[in-house]
Design a protein. Structure first.
Length: 474
């Protein structure tokens, strides 16, 4: 048995003892009643699971499932060895290349949506790509959903929130995709349900979980434990805590609707013991992603981690090496959904247009590396190599022309060859890439009748129609 397999087994055994002896606190009274009704021993609002009980419910979740896009070419299968990218999520600030930060706006949100829409490595769009400061908070989740829907026909990410706002969002979803039964039969989007550490599940997130499960939409149950502050300093201890929090919350989802598609999620990482801050892009975080994927696969569950994350304040060498490490590890671990796959800076505090382009390039590099060597057909041109011998060249050969656009990666940001402005050329390439992508962008076809129904939901909640007109026109 390998060292990794031994560690997974030990984490599992410790998790089972932890959930039975310490238990998991559920703050929402409806969750407490559901757990009681299914025979879970409760001490107040703390649930104590036996291993048999916990595994019974976790095994109800499917190993793979599909999310359907408006445009079928973007349909996603989640699970197995498939690796999918998802946008950044939750940053309130925009970081400019000079390191200055500002509040995000709905214009920024739409611009990011367009850039994710244009990138071939993303079949999912939307969610809280950034948190616009210029939209009303009580309708922010709905307005981001509307902005992503109008500007992209990929699979949808969505925000979380209280039940009332989410029910309104599902009214918009039914206008777009069909009845409640249609949504259950053909899941359209997902969201992140965050667990509080240590060993707690809050009321607001419970309402998000219950609403999404009601409509049969997959949920990502995610912990974000920080080794040394909110979790044990040892990674094995932290991952035991993460595992307990995620599994107990998945069990609740399966009690509400057995067979609900769920994704085992983890953003757990280390912490900076000098200041208590989360460490993004650290080796410890990369190890935690690897073990989150291994634990999920141990239980037969799809997994989420990620992605191209960094504590850097600007797009610099630190942003590059931290993002490359974390994205590479997630990809090699066959993380089924890599959230924060592009754009994150400053420990999730900021998202950056420049960092987005850097991470798009990181994704290209990692995917090319993992594609590895293909040796079929005439990819080993032995006859050509023999005929060329010691004095030939390959630049003008037909074989080179056949494979020159397929075999080597052609970087769109990297600076190579003669350069008149080596200090600034990389930034110039980033600006060109952003401009070129936005210039090529075309809004997907939107059915006016569908938009009218979605707008009606928003107008009934007091949204200014001028704001909706602005979102559509951006």
């Amino acid at each position: 048995m390998t060292k990794e397999r031994i560690s997974i087994q030990r984490i599992h055994e410790a998790t089972m003892e932890l959930v039975e002896k310490a238990g998991m606190k559920f703050h929402h009274p409806e969750a407490v009643e559901i757990l009681k009704a299914h025979g879970i021993r409760m001490e107040g609002n703390v649930a104590h699971f036996t291993e048999e009980q916990l595994m019974y419910w976790v095994r109800k979740a499917p190993a793979t499932f599909k999310i359907y896009a408006r445009n079928p070419k973007y349909d996603m299968v989640i699970g197995g060895d498939r690796v999918n990218c998802a946008p950044a999520y939750g940053s309130p600030f925009i970081s400019d290349q000079d390191g200055k930060t500002r509040d995000a706006t709905i214009e920024d949100y739409v611009k990011f949506t367009k850039l994710f829409h244009m990138n071939q490595n993303f079949d999912m769009n939307g969610g809280i790509i950034c948190m616009p400061d210029d939209v009303p908070v009580d309708n922010a989740t709905l307005l981001m959903f509307y902005a992503a829907f109008t500007h992209s026909d990929k699979c949808m990410f969505a925000g979380s929130g209280k039940r009332e706002q989410l029910e309104a969002m599902f009214e918009m979803a039914k206008a777009a995709y069909g009845s409640e039964e249609d949504l259950i039969a053909y899941p359209r989007f997902t969201t992140i349900v965050n667990v509080n550490t240590p060993l707690q599940f809050a009321e607001g997130m419970t309402e998000t979980l219950m609403t999404f499960v009601k409509y049969g939409q997959p949920i990502i149950v995610a912990a974000c434990d920080m080794a040394g502050t909110t979790a044990p300093i040892t990674l094995a201890g932290m991952m035991t805590l993460t595992n307990a929090e995620v599994l107990c919350t998945i069990a609740l989802a399966e009690m509400i609707r057995p067979g609900t598609p769920v994704i085992y999620g983890s953003q757990s990482t280390g912490s900076n013991l000098r200041n208590g801050a989360i460490t993004s892009g650290s080796p410890e975080g990369a190890i935690a992603y690897k073990y989150a994927a291994k634990l999920a696969k141990y239980y037969g569950l799809p997994c989420r981690g990620g992605g191209s994350v960094s504590d850097a304040k600007v797009v610099d060498a630190q942003a590059g090496y931290e993002s490359m490490l974390t994205f590479m590890v997630c990809s090699q671990s066959e993380m089924n959904l890599i959230v924060h796959a592009a754009g994150i800076l400053d420990g999730y505090n900021c998202i950056s247009f420049e960092k987005l382009m850097l991470d798009f390039q990181v994704i290209d590099y990692v995917k090319r590396y993992l594609k590895d060597i293909e040796s079929d057909g005439d990819r080993i041109p032995l006859e050509l190599m023999i005929s060329q011998g010691q004095s030939g060249q390959y630049l003008t050969e037909e074989h080179t022309l056949d494979y020159c656009r397929e075999e080597p990666l052609d970087p769109f940001l990297s600076v190579s060859g003669p350069c008149s402005d080596p200090k600034n050329q990389f930034g110039i390439n980033i600006d060109k890439a952003i401009a070129a992508s936005l210039e090529k962008y075309k809004m997907p076809d939107n059915d006016p009748a569908v938009l009218e129904k979605m707008r009606a939901v928003l107008l009934a909640r007091g949204v200014d129609p001028a704001l909706l007109d602005k979102i559509e026109a951006l």
